[in-house]
Design a protein around this ligand. Structure first.
Ligand SMILES: O=C(O)CCC(=O)C(=O)O
Ligand SMILES: [Fe+3]
Length: 867
């Protein structure tokens, strides 16, 4: 019990277990003992910390009492109560997270596999320990370990024999046969029972009492440990391992994000390209003016006051209200309240925003506020400061880049004269493509035809990017809907992405790759764009690399969209940066593949040459691409096969910058040969033509990246303040409406304003702004302009986002599908990929065999005589 970790965190018990097992195979008994005992202590300390944290946090954020800070619940608005409930869930998740990571380090450090957990539950460590202790002549400890193991494995014959043998040995006493894992309440209960059967009722009662005392803390601990991750029934290595409250938090924040986007969803109309700005408030703006014009001043006042709930500082509306009040009579006007339903709506929406910001700060879950009326202080101060600082940094960088570009432009100008000579030496695009094919070192089995205009789609001009080479067309790859591109990304970019993968594996998932789901001979590490961005945000990987990942995947998408001449947008469906690493000593006569032959959008049944396009396959995937990042490994070639999964039709040797792109359907069964040495990294991308299935996480990741680098002037895009020049709709009003002061003092209240006027104003102002900036582009600023384009792009994106959100409903369904498919994917792994299952079996078998070895472990009585 003196294992409480100080500043250095607990070592993961599964790692210690593996080290001990490894030491066992070398016969290094001291190391077996050291590591196995540490493993046992570490695991029980881990469980204790987890239980403690959960119990403590349960006390801190108990459910039941009303929630502080949420105001008085309004009858009939059940969802505010829901918010209160979920607020506690989020707080609880945060509390448990911080408590655990303070004591245990990063949460991913202690993710041991289901198999290892099973070994611990079967008390396998004691089997190793008893051998090791016996070898170094610590008989009492060997006996205790053997007995502890035997308690959980009463049918284990070798151990039974060992125990019998120990019993006969000199120096071994009955007290040595301990159960080191017995729970205190059970020990006392059993003692009590023994006294009881000897009619020593007094002593029996004592022990029964103390057993009961120990029972309840044990029960609390046991219950707290139940609040762990969702049990995916044997597939727990599948990455997601959040505990109860984190899982609820993850789901609920997704729900809240969706709810927040409703204001945009409802402001969108199928016919119009973008949703109405500030939709709900603007309806009250229109209404107040309509009522004014119908001379219904009471209603006009109600609506003006309602509008002011959203924009309390709106000058024009304040003027209007003043005007209506004078007309109706101040006293009567004062008695009119804004609409209650809007008050409730605002209250609820602000609470949602606060929770989402909390989730952003505590868990890094992205939230971009879609509303322009949100009071400034809803966003946490820290975040506001950070955004401001980020914007300033971005602006500075932008400026620096601008200067650089200017210099480059000057240089380019200067070199222009020489460049005409240069062009003569550069081969025209066609030749480049052929040259590419020649050095592609990709071979097609069968009769590869000469580089062809074949389908006609392969013209180099079809690609947007100049330096990308089309190295092999579908024809050359012996199939249809296939292409091999080269030089899609640069060597530096490849290296940066590979580094990103390794840094993410190290910082995000503990310090070693997880076993590959496809083969026991390789480890496998994967990062999604979102994960990269989150790690970037936490400073665990360079944010720049996450952005590169995002941008390069877009480049691949665009290349495919262009190359295959797609008429509609190709959407991302899933993007995964994957490295496979050969397990050092496990490569002799490997016959399996690194990735079994499969088809990306249907379930391949190679026995009957069929591919069934039904879930669990990702049936919505239409195109696939793999961007390779390196070639310094052995094996790992990509293969296309026939539907039989055996006959190889083409082969591609991975290397940096190379992309194999292909239709995701039955025409393209493919797989990856065993990686037998080194690490093979690639970005796997799947695309869909169906916007409903596009990857939502990617959009979020984009939002986050944008948020981290919003240029200074974007501030004015989001929170576009009403242009307050008080123009009036008709000439009668013009004089009165000069300034705010004039409006409210000497000249009496201004006449109300038509929201249309304001809108026209806004548009005009935007146009003017644009004209302004383009006119003011003098020479010096020219280069700066390019830089501003980034800002402009962002601007476009911002609106674009809004537009995209229109699709929300669709997206939401997509999400559901995604979730379903995730489960489906798991099922797929289970049902389809027998190789996987086999692989796992082999893995657990080998552990079993090791355990058996340990059991037989030269401790059988016969061998002892040798000693
Ligand atoms: O890494 C590769 O070359 C192919 C991977 C693949 O086909 C997949 O992940 O579906
Ligand atoms: Fe694939």
């Amino acid at each position: 019990s003196d294992t409480a970790p100080d500043r250095t965190f607990l070592e993961p018990h599964d790692f210690l277990f593996d080290t001990a097992v490894e030491a066992y195979s070398r016969g290094d008994w001291l190391s077996v003992i050291l590591n196995m005992e540490k493993a046992l202590l570490s695991r029980s300390a881990l469980r204790r910390v987890k239980a403690d944290c959960r119990e403590r946090c349960a006390n801190q954020t108990a459910f039941g009492e009303p929630l502080a800070g949420l105001g008085v619940p309004i009858p009939g608005v059940g969802s505010v109560d829901d918010l209160g409930f979920f607020q506690k869930i989020l707080k609880r998740a945060d509390c448990v997270n911080s408590c655990e990571s303070e004591k245990l380090g990063p949460p991913t450090l202690h993710l041991s596999s289901a198999e290892t957990e099973l070994e611990f539950r079967k008390r396998t460590p004691y089997n190793y320990l008893q051998v090791a202790y016996f070898k170094i002549n610590k008989l009492d400890k060997a006996v205790a370990a053997a007995n502890t193991f035997f308690q959980a494995n009463p049918l284990h014959t070798e151990m039974k024999q060992n125990l019998e043998y120990y019993r006969m040995m000199a120096g071994v006493t009955e007290e040595d046969f301990k159960d080191l894992e017995i729970k205190p309440h059970m020990a006392d209960f059993l003692t009590g029972k023994r006294y009881y059967s000897h009619d020593s009722f007094g002593l029996a009662a004592d022990y029964f009492e103390s057993a009961l005392n120990e029972y309840f803390p044990a029960d609390r601990e046991c219950r707290a440990l139940c609040e762990g991750s969702y049990n995916y029934d044997g597939y727990n290595y599948m990455e997601y391992s959040a505990d109860l409250f984190q899982t609820m938090t993850d789901h609920y924040t997704q729900v809240l994000n969706c709810k927040q986007r409703c204001s945009v969803e409802l402001a969108s109309n199928a016919g119009s390209e973008k949703p109405f700005d500030d939709f709900l408030p603007s309806q009250f703006n229109y209404l107040q003016f309509s009522y004014y014009n119908s001379e219904n001043f009471a209603k006009a006042i109600e609506c003006a006051k309602t509008y002011l709930l959203f924009h309390p500082e709106d000058v024009v509306m304040k003027q209007n209200l003043a005007y209506y009040s004078v007309v109706l009579g101040e006293k009567e006007a004062a008695a009119i309240a804004p609409r209650q339903v809007v008050r409730q709506y605002i209250q609820q929406s602000i609470l949602e925003k606060q929770l989402l910001y909390f989730a952003f700060e505590a868990f890094g879950i992205a939230f971009v506020d879609p509303d322009s009326w949100t009071p400034e202080d809803v966003m946490p101060q820290k975040l506001r400061d950070k955004q401001k600082a980020d914007k300033e940094t971005a602006a500075r960088i932008t400026e620096e880049i601008g200067n650089l570009m200017k210099e480059i432009e000057t240089l380019v100008e200067e070199k222009k004269k020489d460049s005409s000579d240069l062009t003569k030496m550069v081969a025209p695009p066609d030749e480049l493509a052929v040259a590419g094919a020649a050095d592609a070192s990709a071979s097609a089995a069968g009769t590869g035809t000469a580089a062809g205009s074949g389908s006609g789609t392969g013209a180099a001009g079809a690609l947007l990017f100049d330096n990308i080479r089309i190295s092999m067309t579908a024809k050359q790859l012996n199939g249809s809907e296939r292409v091999l591109l080269d030089a899609v990304v640069t060597d530096d970019e490849c290296r940066e992405l590979q580094r990103l993968s390794n840094a993410a594996a190290l910082k995000g998932d503990g310090y070693r790759g997880r076993p590959s789901p496809h083969t026991p001979s390789e480890t496998f590490q994967g990062v999604t764009v979102m994960k990269a961005v989150k790690l970037g945000q936490e400073g665990k990987v360079p944010l720049k690399s996450a952005r590169l990942f995002f941008d390069l995947s877009e480049k691949v998408r665009l290349s495919l969209e262009t190359y295959f001449h797609l008429k509609t947008t190709l959407y991302f469906s899933y993007t995964h940066l994957v490295c496979r690493t050969a397990v050092d000593d496990d490569q002799d006569d490997r016959k399996d593949l690194s990735h079994p032959v499969h088809v990306d959008n249907c379930v391949l049944v190679s026995e009957i040459n069929e591919c069934i396009k039904e879930p669990p396959a990702y049936t919505h995937r239409d195109y696939s691409a793999i961007l390779y990042l390196n070639d310094d490994f052995e094996g790992g070639d990509f293969i296309f096969t026939e539907l039989d999964g055996k006959t190889v039709t083409a082969e591609v040797r991975p290397r940096c910058g190379r992309v194999v792109g292909f239709g995701s359907g039955r025409e393209n069964p493919h797989g990856v040969r065993a990686v037998t040495k080194g690490q093979r990294c690639a970005v796997a991308l799947w695309f869909t033509l169906d916007p409903a299935h596009q990857e939502k996480e990617r959009i979020q990741a984009g939002d986050m990246l944008q948020m981290f680098s919003t240029p200074v002037d974007a501030e004015f895009i989001q929170k576009d303040p009403e242009p307050q020049t008080p123009d009036s709709p008709s000439s009668d009003h013009q004089e009165a409406a000069h300034t705010e002061a004039a409006a409210l003092t000497a000249e009496g209240p201004t006449h109300p304003q038509d929201p249309r006027a304001t809108e026209e104003k806004k548009k005009k102002k935007k146009k003017e702004d644009k004209a302004d900036s383009s006119e003011s582009k003098d020479r010096v600023k020219t280069t700066g302009d390019k830089v501003k384009t980034t800002g402009d792009k962002d601007k476009v994106k911002t609106t674009g986002d809004k537009v995209k959100t229109t699709g929300d409903k669709v997206k939401t369904t997509g999400d559901k599908d995604k979730v379903k498919n995730k489960a489906a994917e798991k099922r797929k792994t289970k049902t389809k990929e027998t190789a996987t299952t086999k692989g796992e079996k082999t893995a657990s078998k080998s552990t079993k065999e090791k355990s058996k070895k340990a059991a037989k472990g030269k401790v059988s009585p016969q061998e002892k005589t040798e000693l």
